[in-house]
Design a binder for this molecule. Structure first.
Ligand code: FES
Length: 168
């Protein structure tokens, strides 16, 4: 096993205690089948994202090649290597939503949030993404924030939708 210390692998703004917590998770899953995915899920919850430094640390502690860990992180869309916002907004740009104004929703949100698609707002509140279909085609255009689906969205509703999350 290589000797990567916790402090060497710290991201700015993230404390050693988070690495210690992730180390505990790895101990818990040691030798169990499918443990890498479980560890990565918990690590992302604890750390907020899975930067290469953290992937390297996990690979080292689990006696795995970094390429194997990175391969899993990049394969699954729910893993992120960059810090994510507290809430994830996904605007649907599937066919039904696209033809009913999904693009306008995207453009308006870009302006309101001050970020491009894939970006996270400066206050860390929202990560902004697009989706291909979220299963609400009959009531398009649709968007999702975390697990909540908003149907028949129009640009005039966006401020009140965002306000719910800004004021919580
Ligand atoms: S295309 Fe948007 S919900 Fe299906």
């Amino acid at each position: 096993m290589s000797t990567i210390t916790v402090s060497e692998q710290r991201c700015p703004g993230c404390g050693d205690d988070k690495f210690a917590e992730i180390a505990n998770v790895m101990d818990l899953y040691r030798g169990k089948e499918g443990s890498l995915i479980q560890v990565l899920h918990r690590a992302q919850e604890i750390y907020g994202c899975l930067p290469l430094e953290l992937q390297t640390y996990i690979a080292s502690r689990m006696d795995l090649p970094v390429s194997e860990v990175s391969g899993v992180v990049t394969f699954y869309s729910f893993f992120s290597t960059k810090p994510r916002g507290k809430h994830t907004i996904r605007v649907c740009l599937g066919t039904a939503c696209y033809v009913r104004g999904g693009k306008k929703i995207v453009e308006s949100l870009k302006e309101k949030l001050g970020v491009d698609i894939g970006g996270t707002t400066e206050d860390g509140l929202f990560t902004f993404e697009v989706a291909r279909c979220i299963g609400a085609c009959g009531l398009a255009p649709a968007m999702m924030i975390d697990g909540t689906v908003y149907k028949q969205v129009n640009v005039n509703r966006l401020d009140s939708i965002l306000a719910k999350y800004r004021n919580e």
